[in-house]
Every structure is written in C-alpha cells, then in structure tokens.
Write a protein that binds this ligand. Sequence first.
Ligand SMILES: Cc1ncc(COP(=O)(O)O)c(C=O)c1O
Length: 466
Amino acid sequence: MIPAQKTQIPGPRSSELCTRLRRWESRNVTFLSADFPIFWERAEGVNVWDVDGNRYLDLTAGFGVAALGYSVPGIALAGRTQLERLAIGMGDVHPSAEKARLLEALSRVTFEAWGRGEAKSILGCSGSDAVEAAMKTACLATGRPQLIAFRGSYHGLAYGAMEATELGDFRKPFLEQMAGRVRFLPFPNCWRCPWGRGERPSSECDPGCRSALAAELKAALATRAAGAILVEPMLGRGGMVPPPDWFLPLLREVADEEGALLILDEIFTGFFRTGPRFACERWKVVPDLLCVGKPLGGGFPISACIGPREVMDVWPESDGEALHTSTFLGSPLGCRMACAFLEEIEERCPGLAVEEKGGRLLAGLRDLTFPGSPLRHARGSGLFAGVEVTDEGGRPNPALAGRWSTALLQAGVILLAGGPDRHVLSFTPPLVVTGEELDWSIAALRSVLERLIAQPGSLPLSMSKL
Ligand SMILES: Cc1ncc(COP(=O)(O)O)c(C=O)c1O
C-alpha cells in the first residue's frame, strides 16, 4: 500500500519518546536527531505506521527480517497458538517437538535439496550465534583455529562474529580484547575494484582479479593456520555487492584443495531474497556450513548453523553438559514460528516473482544514474539492490546519502544507507512488495534527485543510520 493518509493514534509522540530514550537508553544505541528516528507503532504488509500517525513503505523489510511482510496471518496464528500452549523450553535438556520439526525442515530446504543428504543444525537466537556456531564447528573439524574472511563483511557483533566483521569501526575500541583469529582478503567488488582494475559491473570482471584472489587465498591457507573461509555470497551491509560469477566457485575449489571448510553466511541473502532460495544456488556452490537467521523466525529471533552430517558429527555426543548452548536455544515459540515461516515461504515464493520485481527495481535505479547524477553503480540480485551516492568526482558521499534517506523518510519511504563509506542506498523490501509499490518508490527517489539538482542545499541535514 502506498503511503497517503495520516491517522490519529493515541499515546506518546516521537518527540516525547526521543526525550525518554535519550534519558534511559545507553548512548550510542539509537541515533537520535531532530528528524530521526520514527517510532514504529504497527506494521502490516509492506507498510509501517509511526506513533505520529504517518504511514511508510518499508524498503528495508526491517533489516531483511520481514521477508513475507509484516503481520503475516499464518505466522501470527502459529505464534499466538504456541505462546498460549508452550512458550518456554529447556533447549539442550528438555526440548519440545517444535525443535525436531524445525531441524527436519532446515535439512530439507538446504543440504537435502542440494543432493548432499541429511543435515544437522545448531540453533541460536541471532545471526552472530549462527556464525559463532559455524566458527566452533570449523575449528573442531579441521583443528585449525583461524579463519579467512573478506573486507566489507558483516557477520555480527558478538565477540567471535565481530572478529570476522571487517565493515566499519565496530571492532576499533575493542581490538585489544580480540584473539586475532581472522585474516581478511579483498572481496571482489567490481564497482570499486580492490585490485585497482577500474569501475565496472561484475559481469565484466577482469580475469586478472580471479588470479589475484586465488593466489592470495592459497597463500593464506598454505600456512595451515586457517581452517575455514567465511563469506557472504553477496556483501549486504558492506554495500549490496553481488560478486563476479567466478567468486563462489573459486572459494569452493580452493577450500577443497586446501582441506578448509567453506562457510556461507546467508543470514541476509537466504530464503529467496536474491532470487533463488539461497544465493549460492545461483552458482551451484554447496557450502560445508550454512548460516541462516533474519527472516527465519517470521519475526522471532532465531538462527541456525546447518551442515551435512559428516561435518556436524565432529561434535561429540553430549555427556549431559552441552559444549555449546544457551538458555533460549530451540525456543518452542521460535521453532513454531520458523516452521510456519518456512511453510509459507516455500508455498508462496514461486508466486512472488522476486527476480522479475528485482529486475524492475534495478532498471528503475539504473535510470537514475544518468551522467551528472550523484547516483552511480546501481546493482543487485532479486530484491537485494543498492546504488551509490557520490560526489562530482565519483567518490563516496555519505553525508548526501544520509540526507537522501532522511528526505525519503519524510516522503514516506524507509530506506537505509550502508556500505563501508555509508554511501550505498540499500533496497531489501519485503518479497511481497508489488511492482506498483516499487515504481512509486523509484518515483520518490527521482523526486529527491530532481529537488537536489534544482536546489542543491534543499535536503534535510540529518545523518543516516548505518
Ligand atoms: C550477513 C549477516 N550476517 C550476520 C549478521 C548478524 O546478525 P545479528 O544482527 O542477528 O547478530 C547480519 C546482520 O545484519 C548480516 O547481515
């Protein structure tokens, strides 16, 4: 539904809530300014309403969580029913039937679907949890404690996952507390080639980049210190970057040659976000471990590290005290909602035309990258797309990107800027978004662009939230 009318909502307004957050929440959590944030009151489909009665079209799907949109009746019913019957379990001690159902379903939609036989999982509550379970599994499987990860990556901010997160300043204040387990290699971002071979779409990648990365990977693994390669198949928070077609197959090949595990973090790209069920399917690459999260719980925080039996069985049988667990592991409520999500998405996804709508979105973005426009390098796959905001010299312009997303918010569109320089407008709408809603969003973007060209100082002065 396209934003239009304003409704009256009882309760506190944004300005009052901002004051309360400023007083009661630790600094450095919610970014607060005169026109940011909005306070969400309710959400349905692709729309969010704020406490001031404004309706928005959410092009973020709430950080990629609301794959099927908000307030999905089947998932809400499953959650309500489970909440009334059994919300709490003792994950690794006395679990519920819902956990068994979810584990089976995860196996079916991943390694079984890829012809690799049955898979086992370790459940968690966040993306960080899934990544850390994969890091521990890789260490047990290979006896090699270190990892290879990529520049611009985001794998979460718990200490283990944060070691593998290269993006941003997250690690800076805490470097001395980290174990130095991760070596970072360049991610092949063809629009900003890390080997200095120019700016071009990934379909036109220079073959020299493949050889350069292959050599760096082999050298890094040759020391036998690293036992795994951890990678997002497409950089998400690192700037919405689909890699060239050689990238994932190369990682698979080198991991096999060097006896390392390939861990794919599909927390953002999983469950049809980029077109296929998982992004790795585009290149027919099967990982050794797969991390999923974000949309999995249909809004409930739940994640999983999934791997084929032969990999996961490096974990010893439990002697009564699990080596890796947490209080909420396998929550019956989360497992039930995740099963409902998987059922819905499997049933509905073919009809959602993700690739087709993604093509329409990308074509709209490309139209806005004409000579003289500050928008450049539109790219994407399915409903996972980005466009860079640059200065006249083509350099990242994070200040303008922040003002752009604030201007869009005022026009009724929720959109964030990401990337290492916070200058990439990132599009991950609910997969149920319609073509008409996408066209309307592009028109909103265009009207900001026209305003900017006509009156360069006319955009609001707020910053974006990374
Ligand atoms: C690819 C990827 N991995 C891991 C994470 C971390 O997930 P969480 O914030 O649930 O810990 C994110 C979050 O944005 C992500 O995009």
